[in-house]
Design a protein. Structure first.
Length: 66
């Protein structure tokens, strides 16, 4: 279930272009399995490249940059 480099790049490019998005929208845009998407977001969160905020019942993902 580990994501490959192509999938990671796809998620990062999508986040860069959208700025702030939801997990659902990111899932629909990238068409990557949810488990892989969560794995990638976890890595980006640990590297402090994204911040995750609660908005109602959803989570907003904000790309902070490199």
């Amino acid at each position: 279930m580990i994501a490959n480099e192509e999938e990671i790049k796809k998620v990062v490019e999508t986040l860069k272009s959208k700025g702030t998005t939801t997990i659902r929208d990111l899932f629909l845009t990238t068409q990557i399995e949810r488990s892989k998407l969560y794995f990638i977001l976890g890595i980006l969160y640990e590297q402090k490249k994204v911040e995750i905020k609660t908005v109602g019942k959803a989570y907003a993902i904000n790309y902070k940059g490199d």
